[in-house]
Design a protein around this ligand. Sequence first.
Ligand code: SF4
Length: 359
Amino acid sequence: MTDHPARYWHPLPDGRLQCDLCPRDCRLHEGQRGACFVRQMVGGTMVLTTYGRSSGFCIDPIEKKPLNHFYPGSSVLSFGAAGCNLACKFCQNWDISKSRDMDRLMDSAGPADIAAAAARHHCRSVAYTYNDPVIFAEYAIDTALACRAQGIANVAVTAGYIHPDARRDFFAVMDAANVDLKAFTDDFYVHQCGAHLTPVLDTLAWLHHDTDVWVEITTLLIPGLNDSDAEITQLSQWIATELGPDVPLHFTAFHPDYKLDQIPATPPATLTRARRIARDAGLHHVYTGNVHDPDGSSTYCPGCGQVVIERDWYAIGTYRLDAHGACTGCGTPIAGRFADFRGAFGPRRVPVHIHAQNG
Ligand code: SF4
């Protein structure tokens, strides 16, 4: 189960094929792979070379995606494949995203296998994560449909760099997304990621206004590159104005990695400063991540101000929401997707091996 007919491409007059999946618009000769490495022109057609192959499966707490307002405390079966359509110099998963070695894809698992494993392990959702699932859209969509058939939700962890036609199909089967907003300047996207800012903002606005997908946003703050007061203010104001104050925003800490190993780790004070700026801009739910900060990890009621979900790393303490997500103190509804809370999965990560049986 490897090469799979790809969608989202068209032939060019010179015999090449143009991929229409993401705004990189790769134009491929016979045998050539796109910038993501996993889509290839083979025999005059386009194929996805990683269908049914994964870099591994783990069960995580949903808070690790991070999603703090999507069935808090639930467990999610997470998997990814290889390659990526962005080229972030600071990638924190570069062994997967920059992989040119398909042998890394140890686990072979079809959509039905994944849905069955999620059901067997009582996961509320499956996350398409680790590398950007946009590039394995056909595999993600088929898996998401299999999961939905079993009552399991789907979560995309993505940079949101995808053309509108493919975006419509991809997110039609997703229930939640954490979208990276990597910075708020096109210069950063061009020079650090090999991409552009505008398509990401388009995806965020479209998701919020035109779909039912629950959306949270993550910005990895990198010292000296995207952590100025001015840029954090602009980013936060854009979210507040264009998406509204209830969209959660996660500021996470950078650790020296990949091509940016000469830049120091993000000081916790930077995350606290960013959180204050974003809250001052009117956002109700602003979180810090990758650092130990119980205040910045917890959820507060925008009505009465009390802690409604207390977190320490990925562990949940006090929980003060009813089954519909309303504050038990004042009744204010908290934005998100909630259910009766019957205890949390906990902070652990559990590796899962999936035996492929079905296509
Ligand atoms: S999905 Fe891959 S092949 Fe297609 S345009 Fe994007 S980077 Fe290129």
